[in-house]
Design a protein around this ligand. Structure first.
Ligand SMILES: O=C(CN1CCCCC1)Nc1ccc2c(c1)OCO2
Length: 322
């Protein structure tokens, strides 16, 4: 098997949403594919109406292939403080033509306000390691772990783009999507993340490849050195991080995983206006000092073609320019 699904950015590339077919007949929900977590959860008919604001709801009762998992529940909270919880069904899930007939579909009976307010996001599809799955008393597998044995190539790839749609592929490495060679680096999956090390301007930065996090969060030394090059840049705790004049000329930032050299254009780092005036802008690279982990989020990933690879005994990440 192999398949490909188009993923579309919301405003400012804050997140990328990908259509997923669930149940029989198919119900299509637009999910946030998140390599930083391992639960597939959805807005559903179990979600309180007061928390539903335009989202598409999965209705297990109208799917002939849904089966409730007796006694199972889930509860998750994310680095940004958002959270959700609920019950569990098994149903058919199809992503870009690749299908698994008894995927754990976690139905939300509670969602935090950030999710309730995000009308385009119908839920999450976790792509970190299944060790992080929150279903209890018996944990469930991610979609990737469920389909991996049926894939032509035991890998999935992310081709995220700046202000335009990209693709998530499963079971195929599409050579038309990158330039040069793919350089593979080892992954430390001991914490359940796709954790790897890259060099950034002479500093070795261990962090996670996280498609579900908008920005890149790096050590303060790396970040302050970067913004020292930008006239008028300052770290403003009121605004939540480094800001600068919107007309600033931002330098590129290159990170090197193994032999690869991935260059993030300065334009990507001029993330979005920080206030209504539109004269102060918020940086796409921010400090990880208060987070406790470095995060190669979408700002970094969209500069590369990334292979989340399990073709060998130990997981790897492949990196290529494009
Ligand atoms: O929470 C996330 C990603 N998360 C993915 C699922 C949807 C909601 C956002 N990233 C994140 C991770 C660490 C952080 C942080 C945000 O803000 C401060 O520290």
């Amino acid at each position: 098997d192999s398949g490909s699904a188009k993923t579309t950015p919301e405003q400012y590339d804050i997140q990328y949403l990908t259509p997923v077919e669930i149940g029989t007949p198919a119900q299509t929900l637009n999910l946030d594919f998140d390599s930083g977590s391992s639960d597939l959860w959805v807005f559903s008919t179990d979600t309180p109406s007061s928390s539903v604001n335009g989202q598409t709801q999965y209705d297990p009762s109208s799917s002939s292939s849904s089966e409730e998992v007796s006694g199972a529940s889930w509860s998750i909270s994310y680095g940004d403080g958002s959270s959700s919880s609920g019950s569990v069904y098994h149903d058919v899930v199809n992503v870009g033509g690749v299908s698994f007939d008894s995927q754990a579909v976690e139905s939300a009976s509670k969602v935090s306000d950030q999710f309730a307010q995000d009308s385009n996001n119908d839920g999450l599809l976790g792509l970190a390691f299944s060790t992080l799955n929150t279903v209890t008393p018996t944990s469930e597998k991610t979609f990737f772990d469920n389909i991996i044995d049926n894939l032509d190539v035991a890998a999935w790839t992310a081709d995220l783009k700046y202000h335009e749609a990209g693709t998530y592929d499963f079971g195929v490495i599409d050579d038309s999507k990158y330039t040069g060679d793919i350089s593979y680096v080892d992954v430390d999956d001991s914490q359940g993340f796709w954790s790897f090390t890259a060099d950034i301007d002479g500093t070795s930065v261990e962090g996670i490849a996280d498609t579900g996090t908008t920005l890149a969060l790096f050590p303060d030394d790396v970040v302050s050195a970067y913004y020292k090059q930008v006239d008028g840049a300052e770290e403003d705790s009121q605004q939540g991080g480094y800001v600068f004049p919107c007309d600033a000329d931002l330098p590129d930032l290159t990170f090197s995983p193994g032999d690869a050299k991935i260059t993030i254009p300065g334009e990507y780092i001029n993330y979005a206006p920080a206030d209504e005036s539109g004269s102060t802008c918020f940086g796409g690279i921010q400090s990880s000092a208060d987070v406790g982990i470095n995060i190669y989020g979408d700002i970094a990933l969209k500069a590369a073609f990334v292979v989340f690879d399990q073709t060998t005994s130990s997981p790897r990440l492949g990196w290529a320019s494009k």
